[in-house]
Design a protein. Structure first.
Ligand SMILES: Nc1ncnc2c1ncn2[C@@H]1O[C@H](COP(=O)(O)OP(=O)(O)OP(=O)(O)O)[C@@H](O)[C@H]1O
Ligand SMILES: [Mg+2]
Lengths: 284, 267
């Protein structure tokens, strides 16, 4: 189910002195099964763009097509769209409301019109996927830890079994271990089920590690679009808009300056280790 | 969606009226409203209209924007007109249903005046809120009510509560918007169904909203305490309210308006 954006623009508070263009003429195509990372400075329009993809916001001008159909079309079934395109908001734990975690995760599937048993089966599956231990299932969502809340909220969207999963900074405020766990589970999900994933993140390391393609947003526009290697090759441009390449890329550059013959396009720690070892071996 | 309510919201722009001391605007608005209830003839209303028009022009807030905010109270306006029109005794003008329902000359006059009065009242006070930030407004109110402290009225505390409440309105609206979207993304439906279904659909919205309101209130209390806030006693202001020439000039204009009103009222 590919997503296509055709000249999409969005203006907040249109017709007031506070009017602000958050999206500016975005053209984009996201094919099935791709893991896309979205990076950009604070206020560059990432969250706004994500909300257009499942019809929560309507473009001021331009069109969004899901599977070839215009989602703002007259007869288009938005509810169905939302079950196909799952969106996990920034700080999703603020949406929890049920008496216990398990019931809260059931909320989404039940809204799709599934029976109690089906909803529960899905909830169980989703909770296992995000790695929540069984003992928290019956606890109040307000009494578990922040990281567990985050997982519960992500499970709430996963339980709807979307074909496209959008995660808006799912790891903000989590410890490194929790962050890696969540991202690895998401990656596994993508490779196993062929899910399309859009991941908004402020961490260049995370993006470099997991995604197939990176979109760089700046001031409501898509500034760069390509594989992680391509995008992180433009270090100067990224720095100009307040972003950076992963730390290892800088280390590799520094090493090269010092005279070690390494490839500077390296973006993950694993690659870097190999590259450095190889260079050292060549040296003898 | 909910953010479309413009009544009583600050309109950010720079103008003579925006820069006036909030005390002038509060006092001026109050006097203007009082004057409306004393005005009896057409000349007086023309004067009030002229006064309003000049203030609106000076404030640089588009008239369209002000009118948009008035839609919310249109119902009230219409209701008042209808009541006055049909329920005022006097010389009948038109009668329906064999004299049972009638419109009188006095009723018509009263309805028209009442509608104009209400409309002016609302426009007048919305100009005040449109051109004054909530913080400034409460500052001005606190300063004007200060004499009441003699009678042990907690003026500062009241003003602080009010400014916090005002500050929280846009935050809570934004929060409502966000939670609504998050639940819509999970398939919640806030728009269709009968009354009971709709009330039930509010639970996923209200629970997180109330929790977040408490969380924010808690955070704010902490932050205030961490900065040693301890009420109004001996407290100084970072930006004390000081009258400038423009403010005296504005008072003078209001006085002029009132004088003209008294004069025209005698005609
Ligand atoms: N509800 C709103 N009303 C008015 N303006 C808004 C609103 N939400 C966002 N904006 C503006 O739109 C622009 C884009 O915001 P958006 O939330 O999409 O940024 P972002 O890239 O997600 O930022 P962050 O990394 O901080 O989450 C910002 O300049 C912001 O000020
Ligand atoms: Mg965002």
């Amino acid at each position: 189910m590919p997503i296509v954006l055709d000249h999409v623009s969005y203006v907040y508070e249109a017709d007031t002195p506070l009017a602000r263009k958050a999206l500016d003429d975005i053209c984009l195509e996201i094919p099935d099964g791709q893991f896309v990372g979205v990076i950009g400075h604070t206020g560059s329009g990432k969250s706004t763009l994500m909300q257009h993809l499942n019809g929560l916001m309507k473009a001021t001008s331009g069109h969004v097509y899901f599977n070839g159909e215009d989602i703002d079309g007259e007869k288009y079934d938005k509810k169905k769209l939302r079950s196909r395109v799952g969106l996990v908001f920034q700080y999703p734990e603020h949406q929890l409301f049920e008496i216990d975690v398990f019931t809260d995760v059931c909320f989404g599937p039940k809204n799709l019109g599934l029976t109690q048993e089906e909803a529960e089966a899905r909830a169980r599956e989703a909770l296992e996927l995000v790695g929540l231990p069984e003992e928290v299932y019956r606890q109040s969502p307000f009494e578990i830890s922040g990281g567990q809340k985050r997982r519960a909220a992500i499970a709430g969207v996963l339980a709807m079994k979307p074909q496209v999963l959008i995660l808006d900074e799912p790891t903000a405020g989590l410890d490194p271990k929790g962050r890696d766990e969540i991202l690895q589970q998401i990656k596994r999900l993508q490779t196993q089920t062929g899910l399309t994933i859009l991941l908004v993140s402020h961490s260049m390391e995370d993006v470099a590690e997991y995604v197939d393609r990176i979109l760089v947003m700046n001031d409501g526009r898509i500034m760069l679009d390509g594989t992680p290697k391509e995008v992180f090759g433009h270090v100067e441009e990224l720095e100009r808009v307040g972003l950076a390449a992963p730390q290892v890329t800088y280390i590799m550059r520094a090493l090269k300056k010092k005279g070690l013959e390494v490839d500077v396009d390296v973006i993950t720690i694993r690659e870097a280790t190999e590259e450095i070892l190889k260079a050292l071996q060549d040296r003898g | 969606m909910i953010r479309d309510i413009t009544l009583g919201q600050y309109y950010q722009i720079d103008s003579v009226i925006h820069r006036l001391d909030p005390r002038v605007k509060l006092g001026g608005t109050l006097l203007f409203i009082i004057s409306l209830f004393f005005f009896q003839n057409v000349w007086c209303y023309l004067l009030a209209a002229l006064f309003l028009a000049v203030v609106i022009k000076l404030s640089r807030v588009p008239f369209k924007y002000i009118v948009k905010g008035m839609k919310a109270i249109l119902f009230l306006l219409i209701l008042t007109v209808i009541f006055n029109l049909f329920l005022t005794p006097g010389t009948p003008l038109v009668t329906f249903f064999g004299g049972k329902v009638r419109i009188t000359e006095e009723g018509l006059k009263l309805a028209v005046f009442m509608a104009i009065r209400l409309a002016f009242l609302i426009i007048g006070s919305s100009i005040m809120t449109l051109t004054t930030t909530p913080n400034n407004l409460t500052d001005g109110m606190e300063r004007l009510l200060r004499p009441l402290r003699v009678f042990r009225v907690p003026v500062h505390e009241g003003a602080m509560m009010m400014s916090i409440a005002l500050r929280f309105i846009p935050i809570l609206l934004e929060e409502t918007d966000k939670i609504m979207k998050a639940q819509t993304a999970r398939g919640a439906d806030f728009e269709s169904g009968n009354l009971i279904q709709r009330a039930k659909a509010m639970v996923p919205l209200l629970v997180p909203l109330i929790i977040s309101a408490f969380r924010r209130a808690n955070d704010l209390a902490m932050a205030m305490e961490a900065r040693c806030y301890r009420g109004g006693e001996n407290r100084t202001k970072m930006k004390p309210l000081i009258y400038r020439t423009e403010d005296y000039l504005a008072y003078f204009c209001v006085a002029l308006y009132l004088g003209a009103g008294v004069f025209l009222g005698r005609l």
